[in-house]
Design a protein around this ligand. Structure first.
Ligand SMILES: NC(=O)c1ccc[n+]([C@@H]2O[C@H](COP(=O)([O-])OP(=O)(O)OC[C@H]3O[C@@H](n4cnc5c(N)ncnc54)[C@H](O)[C@@H]3O)[C@@H](O)[C@H]2O)c1
Length: 442
């Protein structure tokens, strides 16, 4: 019999950071992951994605024997605590996939001992813990406890946030909350108990939808400023200067593995109960339309400046965000920009660069595109450079300097307003941003 303090099902972005953090505080952790490459890397102490502080911590806990990963869960593995962290991407109909949750719950059920605690940590549609996971566990005839403890860390800052963020613990009974709380108290000081599984499920979805809606509003302000012909960055930053009642976000590409799907899952949770969440839906509509809407502008500017259909175009920053640093491409809106660009300029040579994603991963993810090792290589003699994430390194050179390396009349379209606080001299005549199309060719 091999007994572990906790079994974590799924060693993706969430599972691996959690497993490592739990092992760091002295818990004996078994990580069950179906991908062999991930298991092999984990057991060598190497993370399969970029996350600050993870590699050092993982190396330590693997060496000390506190974390062991495997593609199989042998019958002699036992634990009083299971945490399910498998993915919940949307299916082709835009609904949250449940199959991975069902499989994971089934695997936990096979091992369940009387009295074990099962924690659902994935982001799920409201009702999943009670209506999907619990019935699978109940079929075993064993007594079990269930809690919903959603992951809320920011990719790129997960190791630190696992220690600092308040942990939401949702369960129906005091005993279940106390048990789940005791486990997470090993990591963080603040446990926030909520009185049902559903409350905890909704909290997670609301947190992310709130951010999506805020960013959607910022993008809507940018659309207005573009239509009026004023600088959206100036409007937003000036309006909130010393004025505490508003804090409008800056516009930009809004996607990624969470914001791209969680509002849809929240929407679906309400729709199933006969309620249409209109603001939630509008936020997604604005954010999902943006890559295509902005491409209309980019293409018209290319045409007005007389560039041929095959003029090279650079895209800088492919991961779904640049800060905190990540190499995660899942749900990145840069992919939608690329799709729109490919459609609009099928003959163009599109060059791709990312400051964090490895060249190997870039070539694997973007076959048929020219992957560049430096941003300079990407925009050298290009007609347009599209800046598609907020990595600070992409703001290394001023726009006026960048365009001197591009084709004559080449221009920058900045989805993140990297340079909008700079003087007109530094911006030059070939700089546009979301919410700032001033100086566009008539
Ligand atoms: N990525 C984040 O920072 C983040 C933050 C908060 C919440 N979440 C949520 O957490 C969940 C997981 O996200 P993620 O980014 O870690 O996903 P992921 O796809 O990176 O990781 C899930 C892992 O589970 C494995 N897996 C799937 N089914 C399995 C099974 N039956 N048995 C064993 N392993 C299995 C997969 O191979 C994968 O490695 C999602 O619901 C997500 O929305 C993610």
């Amino acid at each position: 019999m091999k007994t572990y303090d906790v079994v974590i099902v799924g060693l993706g972005y969430v599972g691996l950071t959690l497993a490592t953090s739990m092992a760091e505080v002295g818990l004996r952790v078994f990580g069950f992951e179906r991908r062999k490459d991930v298991v092999d890397l984990t057991n060598q102490g190497k993370p399969h994605f970029s996350e600050i502080g993870l590699e050092e911590a993982l190396t330590r806990v693997v060496r000390s024997g506190h974390l062991v990963a495997s593609t199989t869960m042998d019958p002699d593995i036992r634990s009083e605590n299971y945490v399910i962290t498998v993915g919940t991407p949307l299916n082709e109909n835009g609904k949250a996939r449940l199959d991975m949750i069902e499989n994971a719950a089934g695997q936990v059920a096979e091992h369940l001992d009387d009295g074990a605690l099962v924690i659902l940590r994935s982001t799920v549609k409201c009702g999943t813990a009670r209506n999907i996971v619990a019935p699978i566990l109940a079929k075993t005839g064993k007594k079990f406890h269930i809690a919903m403890c959603p992951e809320r860390t920011l990719e790129g800052n997960a190791i630190q946030e696992l220690r600092e963020l308040p942990q939401i613990v949702g369960a129906d009974t005091e005993e279940e909350r106390a048990r789940a709380g005791a486990l997470f108290r090993r990591l963080t000081h603040t446990i926030v108990d909520v009185s049902s599984l559903e409350s905890a499920e909704i909290i997670k979805l609301v947190d992310n939808t709130y951010r999506d809606v805020q960013f959607g509003f910022a993008n809507e302000v940018a659309r207005l400023c573009d239509a009026v012909g004023v600088n959206g960055y100036e409007v937003i930053t000036s309006g909130k200067l010393g004025y505490k009642r508003t804090n409008v976000a800056l516009p930009g590409l809004v996607g990624g593995p969470c914001l791209g799907k969680d509002p849809h899952i929240l929407y679906e949770s309400a729709r199933e109960r006969g309620v249409a969440l209109e603001i939630t839906k509008a936020g997604r509509t604005v954010n999902e339309r943006q890559p295509f809407e902005t491409m209309d502008f980019v293409v018209s500017e290319l045409d007005k400046r007389g560039f041929p259909a095959d003029a090279p175009i650079a895209m800088l920053g492919m991961a779904f965000k640049g800060l905190p640093i990540t190499d995660d491409l899942r749900g990145a809106m840069s992919l939608k920009v690329l799709e729109a660009l490919r459609e609009a300029r099928p003959q163009a040579e599109i060059r791709l660069f990312d400051p964090v994603v490895s060249l190997e991963k870039m070539r694997e993810e973007f076959p048929g595109y020219r992957v560049c090792a430096t941003q300079e290589e990407a925009y050298e003699n290009a007609a347009a450079a599209l800046i598609t994430n907020n990595h600070p390194r992409l703001a290394k050179h001023a726009p006026a300097e960048i365009v001197t390396r591009m084709l004559p009349h080449g221009f920058i379209f900045d989805y993140w307003n990297h340079f909008s606080s700079r003087s007109p001299e530094e911006l030059g005549e070939g700089y546009f941003a979301v919410g700032n199309r001033m100086g566009a060719t008539a």
